[in-house]
Design a binder for this molecule. Structure first.
Ligand SMILES: Cc1cc2nc3c(=O)[nH]c(=O)nc-3n(C[C@H](O)[C@H](O)[C@H](O)COP(=O)(O)OP(=O)(O)OC[C@H]3O[C@@H](n4cnc5c(N)ncnc54)[C@H](O)[C@@H]3O)c2cc1C
Length: 404
């Protein structure tokens, strides 16, 4: 089959791009290697996604957040403030919502709920416009592009072509690799484990990023209290060198909760692990290019962020918006979707929007995971100085919540 646009990967980025472009008169195919059932009812994957106000507005426009809230009004938790802590020190640098005109910096919502709602919105687009074809249970295995079209062969042997092929198939994107685009990868040599917890003391909707002195980093993402029991809830992300993580993954729920209580220094009282645990390798990826002949990448395939700044999907949505704008304009002007000028503009804009934070995050993560004796006082000093530089904190707060 020939389509105007073929998207590889029905993760949140691929689905949001298809939804954004639906109704314009384009024919769109989305190819996903997982079975249809797995994308229709995605399993809980531990990730609680911090959405900036801009991303939340984008997801509202696409119908995704309304759908999540309609199913469960408590699913969206406000992220009012954020604090950064260093080692055993009681000092914290706080980024408060008071620096902005909003009553929260952003929102937290589970990744699997975003995936499910995005899938349902695509189903709604199909019912309304009939312009999206979903090909599930069959991954992109081979790619070739020329001046005429992008052509893909799926694992089943089926072949399809399109004016433009878009990779939305994760930070290790096999499609990006297949078109010959290399990437700079930074393996931090650590594993993150994510789990939901109940804890004794309220978190006041404050997110934590706590750089320990013993190779560990802990993040706490505040969730709404359990509507039935009133228990205080949060998602915890514990990052450790691979070998230290293995014994923790083997603990039973009770022992794991006790371990988190100890690692969080009882600052929120006793913690109880209430969900499955999910482990992810900590690898940052920045591709050398975001476009090639009749090809573009979006989402994590375009920028694979370190999660410390919670910007991966926020950047993913930014890539969707920027590319959709270019493609919408090209289509409205009856131009080819694979025209190199529009792709080059997308690449320039998205790299400008992401590269500075990608590099800054990498440097911050390297400094704050350096436990050497000279680095420890430097880490504390940088945090205390940063806390006094209001324009710096304001820049972070407004990057999440927007300008006054
Ligand atoms: C622990 C953790 C916490 C995070 N927290 C935040 C946060 O607070 N805020 C934030 O903004 N971001 C956060 N992120 C990042 C966020 O989860 C990702 O940016 C986002 O999920 C990426 O979406 P995606 O659609 O680009 O890719 P993915 O979700 O990786 O989806 C890719 C899809 O492509 C499919 N695929 C792969 N290969 C093929 C193929 N050959 N053919 C067809 N299909 C294929 C896969 O099956 C999958 O469905 C976090 C990430 C982690 C790991």
């Amino acid at each position: 089959m020939h389509y105007d646009l073929l998207i590889s990967g029905a993760g949140p980025a691929g689905l949001c791009l298809a939804r954004s472009l639906s109704g314009l008169g384009l024919s769109i195919a989305v190819v996903e290697q997982q079975a249809a059932d797995a994308i229709e009812n995605p399993a809980f994957d531990g990730r609680e996604i911090a959405l900036s106000q801009h991303s939340a507005a984008t997801l509202r426009r696409l119908g995704v957040l309304e759908r999540i809230e309609a199913d469960n009004p408590a699913a969206l938790s406000p992220l009012r403030d954020a604090q950064v802590l260093n080692g055993p020190s009681k000092f914290s640098m706080v980024i408060g919502h008071g620096l902005t005109s909003r009553s929260e910096l952003g929102w937290l919502v589970s990744n699997h709920l975003i995936r499910r709602a995005a899938w349902q919105e695509v189903q709604d687009s199909i019912a309304r416009h009939g312009d999206i074809t979903l090909i599930a249970g069959d991954g992109v295995a081979h790619v070739s592009t020329d001046t005429e079209a992008a052509r893909v062969t799926l694992a089943s042997g089926a072949t399809h072509s399109a004016q433009l092929l878009v990779a939305a198939d994760s930070r290790f994107s096999p499609t990006r690799r297949a078109v010959g685009i290399g990437a700079t990868m930074h393996d931090f040599g650590r594993t993150m484990v994510v789990s939901q917890v109940e804890h004794e003391l309220p978190h006041d909707h404050m997110a934590w990023e706590w750089f320990g002195h013993d190779g560990q980093t802990m993040a706490l993402l505040p969730m709404n209290d359990d509507p039935a029991s009133g228990a205080h809830r949060a998602s915890v992300v514990l990052t450790l060198p691979h070998q230290q993580m293995e014994p923790l993954l083997a603990l039973d729920q009770e022992a794991f909760g006790a371990e988190l209580t100890r690692r969080f220094d009882r600052r929120l009282g006793a913690m109880r692990s209430t969900s499955t645990r999910h482990a992810y390798p900590l690898v940052g990826v920045y591709p050398r290019r975001l476009v090639a002949q009749r090809f573009a990448c979006i989402g994590d395939a375009a920028v694979g962020m370190h999660p410390v700044t919670a910007h991966g999907f926020n950047f993913g949505l930014a890539s969707v918006e920027t590319l959709a704008r270019q493609l919408g304009a090209a289509h409205a002007a009856s131009r080819d979707l694979g025209a190199p000028e529009a792709l080059a503009r997308y690449q320039r804009l998205h790299r400008l929007a992401t590269r500075p934070l990608y590099e800054a995050t990498r440097i911050v993560a390297m400094l704050y995971t350096n436990d050497s004796r000279p680095a420890r006082p430097l880490r504390e000093l940088v945090l205390r100085v940063a806390d006094r530089v209001t324009p710096f904190k304001w820049a972070i707060a407004t990057s999440l919540a927007g300008h006054r």
